[in-house]
Design a protein around this ligand. Structure first.
Ligand code: 5GP
Length: 183
């Protein structure tokens, strides 16, 4: 169900792209799909990438009908001393925990794929049994890094979206649906 409702948040107008019922439906389907793939015996380790994936992770795990564990990580960006510019550092968990585990990274949106590629390369060093990605959104037209997104809820065109954990300048993360900011 695609909604076109327009809401006001402060001085801004936001147009609804995907409403909360549709999100819930897709998230429930995805949780069932992951559960089926994992089977009875596995206790996968879900790793939620903060901040953007917090709401998605919460709903996905509530809908996941099986044994699982949850960790959180964050990519902190800073300007390095090298001329390469931005360096991203992973913080939040003891990465040795992933050894021999089935890992599912929970991400808000895969755009160019750089963030997820960085995470996959980092985690692979610690020898997990498997690593899959569960992303709320993918933007296929923008993807330029070599990553396979096994689990996702929505494919979207090249538009900047907010809400349901996703921000613009730290705002709008609290909105329960997905919006595009109106000019
Ligand atoms: P990538 O590394 O794949 O190019 O970008 C992924 C990250 O960029 C996401 O985790 C998210 O933080 C941010 N991002 C990409 N597209 C959007 C978007 O449409 N809206 C918001 N709010 N963030 C986005």
């Amino acid at each position: 169900m695609i909604s076109s409702e327009i809401i006001s948040v402060g001085a801004d107008k936001l147009k609804c792209l995907i409403n909360s019922d549709e999100i819930r439906h897709k998230v429930d389907l995805l949780a069932n799909q992951i559960r089926t793939d994992m089977g009875e015996e596995e206790t996968p380790l879900f790793i939620c990438v903060l901040k953007g994936a917090f709401m998605f992770a919460s709903d996905l795990l509530k809908a996941y009908k099986g044994s699982c564990e949850l960790e959180f990580i964050r990519l902190s960006s800073y300007n390095g001393t090298k001329s390469l510019g931005k360096v991203k550092k992973l913080i939040g968990m003891d990465f040795k925990e992933v050894r021999e585990r089935r890992v599912v990274i929970i991400e808000d949106i895969v755009d160019t794929g750089l963030t997820i590629r960085t995470l996959l390369d980092h985690l692979a060093v610690f020898k997990p049994k498997s690593i899959d990605i569960a992303s709320l959104f993918v933007k296929p037209a923008r993807l330029c890094h070599n990553v396979t997104i096994k689990y996702y809820c929505f494919e979207i065109p090249d538009a900047f979206i907010v809400g349901y954990g996703l921000d613009y300048d730290e705002k709008y993360r609290n909105l329960p649906a997905i919006y595009v900011i109106q000019k």
